[in-house]
Design a protein around this ligand. Structure first.
Ligand SMILES: C[S@@+](CC[C@H](N)C(=O)[O-])C[C@H]1O[C@@H](n2cnc3c(N)ncnc32)[C@H](O)[C@@H]1O
Length: 463
């Protein structure tokens, strides 16, 4: 692969080598020092895998162009990979790249029932089950529309659903996404650059140059000889990391839980409410990410306030006397917050193993380190952690509204109050480590330590 790339005009390969590393597995090692921002690697445009290249391939192009409606970007690249993998002559360069790719992946779509069961209750569990069905459907469509129509180029006997899943996982875990100056998205598979592993400690340092069509990797930090080179795959929570890339980051600072809020179209005043959701940047079926940094975004409360509006509230809104950015009334806010606390409790009850038990199991080594069940357990911890924070936030808000303390606003902006007791009228000190929360004194900091420890580490890492 490296010879092909050098001949095609790649730059930087002589300073790099493939090597095995603990945790990340195979990756790219540097043979020289790099300073942050220096160019490490350039892969020429002609060697990249893109939809454009697939469409202009002399053999595959006519096949792809004849499929109506056209295949998705993901399927086009997957079929392109399978097509090249099946060639016995020609395509030496791309074939050397395919030969260097992993033969199997550890995305959650390859988990057996027992392994997946460890994360039952998570969004990963649901999405993986749905994905399995979608992949089967998509494979059936490809068989009908492409493979059986072109048995000479894409013989069905050599493309099983397992092969299709391999190709999909190759795209998910190795392709890079960019937005071109004209706003169009571009998905690229870059030989050798796709051997670089992810680290949350570097910012995005790979770039596509639309004028040359080349892909470059810059140093995301300073490197010494022998160091592993990293890029950033993005701020990805564990549930997505495991589904798309087949790995997790314990105590991932980017963890999130996708809260799905929906309303039945037969609900009272549905159409009027739909307009209000739209003007709030929401939808009648909204998925709102709850994160470690913002476990209860204001948009969740806003959605629920709109959902519960009655005729008189709607009339007041029409006269601009009410704003769903603020609570409608104390009693309605209490109702919403009680519902939220109950709903989050129900979500937490739906997890196969509760947070503390799972933590103990992991500490005892019940799940073999780095294995599928271990990774699934971490996704469960990640999602439960975010939900527990969201529940705590909703409970604090509920208490503030019920007691009439008027503290709700400051509870939604946590930096303005003591995160343990909620006091906001005293001098507050910042947590020295994460600088993300404040305390009114040492006693509150000590009392809050157990709950705050994990988030503190995560936020400190992000900083
Ligand atoms: C773009 S490839 C990187 C090269 C890959 N390690 C290989 O040997 O081909 C992405 C894959 O590398 C692995 N990987 C990347 N970053 C990782 C990390 N921080 N921890 C564990 N595995 C990682 C995962 O298997 C992921 O799907």
């Amino acid at each position: 692969m490296e010879d092909w790339l050098n001949e095609s005009g790649a730059a930087g390969l002589n300073d790099l080598e493939l090597a095995e590393f603990p945790v990340t597995g195979r990756g790219v090692r540097t043979r020289r020092r790099f300073q942050q921002g220096e160019r490490i690697l350039t892969i020429p445009g002609d060697s990249l895998w893109t939809v454009e290249h697939a469409d202009s391939d002399p053999l595959l192009g006519p096949v792809l162009r004849s499929v109506q409606p056209p295949l998705s970007v993901e399927d086009t690249l997957a079929v392109y990979l399978l097509f090249v993998r099946l060639r016995e002559h020609g395509y030496e360069g791309p074939r050397s790249h395919v030969a260097a790719m992993p033969a199997r992946y550890s995305s959650s779509i390859f988990f057996n029932e027992d392994e997946l069961e460890v994360c039952a209750g998570t969004s990963l569990y649901t999405i993986t089950k749905q994905l399995e069905e979608r992949i089967e459907d998509d494979y059936r469509v490809l068989v009908m529309r492409v493979f059986t129509q072109h048995p000479d180029l894409l013989p069905l006997a050599k493309i099983s659903i397992q092969d299709y899943k391999w190709a999909l996982c190759t795209v998910w875990s190795r392709a890079m996404d960019f937005v071109l100056p004209n706003g169009k998205p571009l998905r690229v598979l870059a030989p050798f650059a796709d051997m670089i592993n992810h680290s949350p400690e570097v910012k995005q340092c790979h770039a596509y140059d639309p004028s040359s069509g080349n892909l470059s990797v810059l140093a995301g930090k300073d490197y010494e000889i022998g160091d592993q080179i990293y890029i950033s795959y993005g701020s990805i929570p564990n549930n997505r990391l495991l589904r798309l890339y087949g790995f997790v980051i314990p105590e991932n600072p980017n963890d999130s839980y996708d809260l799905v809020l929906s309303t039945h179209p037969m609900a009272p005043f549905y159409e009027q409410k739909q307009k209000l959701w739209a003007s709030a940047g929401l939808d009648s079926a909204s998925t709102i990410p709850l994160t470690l940094i913002d476990p209860l975004p204001k948009s969740v409360l806003r959605y629920l306030r709109i959902q519960r509006l009655d005729a008189s509230d709607l009339a007041a809104i029409a006269l601009q006397k009410l704003d769903t950015n603020e609570k409608i009334s104390n009693s309605k806010e209490v109702e919403i917050l009680q519902f939220l606390v109950e709903s989050i409790s129900a979500l937490l009850d739906g997890f196969n193993t509760p947070f503390e038990k799972l933590q103990k199991q992991l500490a005892k080594g019940v799940y073999p380190l780095g294995g599928n069940a271990w990774a699934a357990a971490h996704v469960s911890l990640s999602e439960q952690r975010v939900l527990m924070l969201a529940k705590k936030r909703a409970e604090n808000l509920l208490e503030a509204v019920e007691s009439g303390s008027g503290n709700e606003r400051s509870l939604l902006s946590p930096l303005a109050r003591c995160v343990n007791c909620g006091k906001d009228s005293v001098p507050l000190m910042l947590c020295g480590r994460c600088k993300g929360v404040r305390y009114c004194g040492r006693a509150c900091q000590v009392a809050h330590h157990k709950e705050h420890k994990v988030i503190c580490q995560a936020m400190a890492k992000m900083r």
